[in-house]
Design a protein around this ligand. Structure first.
Ligand SMILES: [Zn+2]
Length: 134
């Protein structure tokens, strides 16, 4: 399942950060999820809860920040909401050379540890993202 592999990647990153920072428990994890990342938030939350069992993240809450997909047209500099399914043709001039500005995000924004401090783990792309960029 797509969401399960993402949940595992997120947990792996937070566990590494917890180990490095000496944290023993996590309250919540905030994750940016782009509109085009292909992630169902409810499904991800469910997988996250399952996968957290027995880890330092057990009982932690997953907070997802949706990021709308936006594109920019190089010839006319117009910007628009891409929507779903994505429309990458410029609504102003009809050019199809759009540059995607946002919408593919899939990354941890911050982690709230049990001691109340909030810190982002070492910024590292999730496994999914690495896969996409190859
Ligand atoms: Zn245009």
């Amino acid at each position: 399942m797509h969401e399960m592999s993402i949940a595992l990647a997120v947990i792996g990153q937070v566990e590494e950060a917890a180990l490095a920072g000496g944290a023993t428990a996590v309250r919540s994890v905030r994750l940016q999820v782009g509109e085009l990342a292909g992630v169902v938030p409810d499904s991800l939350a469910f997988c996250f809860e399952l996968a957290c069992t027995g880890t330092v993240l057990e009982g932690a809450e997953l907070v997802t920040d949706p990021v709308p997909a936006r594109a920019r047209c190089a010839p006319c500099a117009g910007e628009w909401a891409v929507g779903m399914p994505p429309d990458l043709c410029c609504p102003k001039c009809g050019s199809a050379t759009a540059e995607l500005l946002s919408g593919r995000e899939l990354q941890i924004v911050s982690v709230r540890w049990e001691d109340g401090t909030t810190r982002a783990p070492t910024p590292a792309p999730t496994r999914e993202r690495i896969h996409e960029e190859r």
